[in-house]
Design a protein around this ligand. Structure first.
Ligand SMILES: NC(=O)c1ccc[n+]([C@@H]2O[C@H](COP(=O)([O-])OP(=O)(O)OC[C@H]3O[C@@H](n4cnc5c(N)ncnc54)[C@H](OP(=O)(O)O)[C@@H]3O)[C@@H](O)[C@H]2O)c1
Length: 274
């Protein structure tokens, strides 16, 4: 019997590429997304099934997990990929915007993990992979809430990896640097209106630095899909996977310079040093 992976946020980017990667390897794929009619892969083709799943809606999470088990009989790997970025000054973020960021990026991961866990525990087998970000290991400016959400995902994943290891379930977390998806277009919310008022100058500098990095090119979604596939199948106890040349370079600098000097170097790079 083929192994089965359930992936969240498959409408585009990393999620859609990961559906293709696992399907190409002969896996059963429960490709979940908020709106299955927006699927960019072919639902129903081969062993790929598209199921509706909004990570902020517990009923849709439970229904998607139940339908996956009905269709494929088991879930070997869960990939919590759905997420979006909230960009801008913390001061201008509304309580609603803050809640929404955490409901999707953090509570969404909790909800899907809780729904799948009893099944994996009963089988004493499974791999849970959470997609965090480099910004969940080294925070970038004007992303305080996105960074907080991804730090939460990293902390959750690492602690849970200890808790579930004796039960035969491995938990892993992927920290990508920039990935060439439409994340900054379709999956970005802002905390501010107009030019950001008192923060306009900082916003301009930070956006300029990110743009320059983006044109230098990030990892492809296919590279992320391969990293997720490798993490699912490498049989290792490795928990953290840093992916992308930019992310690896930042982690290398942290090791070389030390934590405090890296923060100073980042502030310089973004033009935010006083
Ligand atoms: N691109 C990067 O540079 C980068 C870097 C580091 C980490 N990441 C992380 O990688 C993951 C995937 O991002 P991506 O780059 O592939 O961007 P993307 O193409 O915009 O994908 C984001 C996905 O999340 C889904 N999503 C958002 N809210 C959801 C919800 N409530 N329920 C279910 N799905 C939801 C979106 O679905 P809809 O189509 O319905 O909106 C979309 O499928 C995210 O967790 C992101 O934080 C990305």
């Amino acid at each position: 019997m083929s192994a089965t992976v359930l992936i969240t946020g498959c409408s585009s980017g990393i999620g859609a590429a990961t559906v293709r990667r696992f399907a190409d390897q002969g896996w059963n794929v429960a490709a979940t997304l908020r709106n299955p009619s927006a699927a960019r892969f072919e639902p129903g083709a081969g062993r790929v099934e598209a199921f509706a799943l909004d990570v902020t809606d517990q009923r849709s999470v439970d229904a998607a997990v139940a339908r996956t088990l009905e269709r494929f009989g088991q879930i070997d790997v869960l990939i919590n990929n759905a997420g979006y970025g909230l960009f801008g000054p913390f001061e201008s973020a509304t309580p609603q915007a803050i809640s929404r960021q955490f409901e999707t990026n953090v509570f969404g991961v909790f909800a899907v993990t809780r729904a799948v866990l009893p099944h994996m525990r009963e089988r004493a087998s499974g791999v849970i992979i959470n997609v965090a970000s480099l910004t969940g290991l080294v925070a970038m400016p004007l992303y305080s809430l996105y960074a907080a959400s991804k730090y939460a995902v990293v902390g959750f994943s690492e602690s849970l990896s200890h808790e579930l290891a004796p039960l035969g379930i491995r938990v892993k977390v992927i920290a990508p640097g920039a990935v060439a998806t439409d994340f900054s277009g379709r999956s970005m919310a802002r905390t501010f209106e107009g030019d950001g008022g008192p923060y306009a100058e900082s916003i301009r500098k930070v956006v300029g630095t990110f743009e320059a990095n983006r044109t230098a090119g990030g990892a492809t979604p296919e590279r992320l899909a391969q990293a997720l596939y490798d993490a699912a199948t490498d049989g290792s106890a490795q928990v953290r996977y840093v992916v992308g040349d930019d992310a690896l370079a930042v982690m290398h600098s942290r090791k070389e310079l030390g934590e405090e000097a890296l923060l100073g170097a980042l502030r310089q790079r973004f033009g935010l040093a006083p």
